[in-house]
Design a protein around this ligand. Structure first.
Ligand code: NHR
Ligand code: GAR
Length: 224
């Protein structure tokens, strides 16, 4: 063996999806561009129709479908999901538009190595239909948050956030699209920090570069 001492190995990563997989695509693209030191070992969907499965296959990543409908309860689905995931020995588990709430035991098993992207400025609008709720409330700003997953739904320590304006004539779709564009930037960035060993969960707080974050890192888009 002739490995350089500081040659860092890409960290093994499994991604869970349920739908279109545009966040997965952003991650795949960042890996291909050499910007993300992870190895995408597998993509798993609870929904056989998820378009993200095609994106993964296209990129040569192993895919699995595990339908929650085949299981009697959440516990048995999550046990099967955990067994499937652990075949790949991931150091990081990424929820990229995964739509099933996970049991306490599952969440504990991946403590400190599972992250999610949520389409709101957490702690506002946990749960579903975030864009609709932000519009109904008349919010002037909305956005997305990457966070560590803990048992508290969408309540785990936040890592990074991107803010977008809500415009007068916004619909769910136009607002969702504006948020999604930012998701595609902040998710690969957070994953990169994790892969570089700069990002950790410690005592239910996010630690970035050795400092405990009092609030999520505020991402500023410089592309326009
Ligand atoms: N599980 C735990 N324990 N903690 C979190 O923070 C989680 C989680 C599982 C998923 C993603 C989350 C989001 O970003 C996520 C975070 C699904 C639902 C939901 O209500 C809510 C939040 C999230 C994902 N799902 C329904 C359920 O009964 C099903 C909805 C559907 O199938 O369309 O599981 O928003
Ligand atoms: C994204 O907006 C993500 O934040 C959200 O679903 C979309 C998935 O898009 N996640 C959730 O709502 C989790 N409950 P994608 O499949 O194109 O990445």
């Amino acid at each position: 063996m002739n490995l350089a001492v500081n040659e860092s190995q890409p960290i093994s990563t499994v991604v869970l999806i349920s739908g279109n997989g545009s966040n997965l695509q952003a991650i795949i693209d960042a890996v291909k561009a050499g910007a993300l030191p992870i190895e995408l070992r597998a993509v798993i969907s609870n929904n056989a129709q998820a378009n993200g499965l095609k994106r993964a296959a296209q990129a040569g990543i192993r895919t699995h479908v595990l339908s929650h409908k085949q299981f009697a309860d959440r516990e048995s689905f999550d046990e099967a999901l955990q067994q499937l995931i652990d075949r790949y020995h991931p150091k990081l588990l990424v929820l990229a538009g995964f739509m099933r709430i996970l049991t306490e035991s599952f969440v504990r098993h991946y403590h400190g190595r599972m992250i999610n992207i949520h389409p709101s400025l957490l702690p506002k609008y946990r749960g579903l239909n975030t864009h609709q709720r932000a519009l109904q409330t008349g919010e002037k700003h909305h956005g997305a948050t990457v966070h560590f997953v803990t048992h508290e739904l969408d309540g785990g320590p936040a890592i990074i956030q991107a803010v977008v304006p809500v415009l007068d004539n916004d619909t769910n779709e136009s607002l969702a699209a504006r948020v999604l564009e930012q998701e595609h930037k902040i998710f690969p960035l957070a994953i990169r920090w994790f892969a570089q060993g700069r990002l950790k969960l410690s005592d239910n707080s996010t630690v970035l570069d050795g400092r405990t974050l009092q609030q999520p890192y505020q991402y500023t888009d410089t592309s326009e």
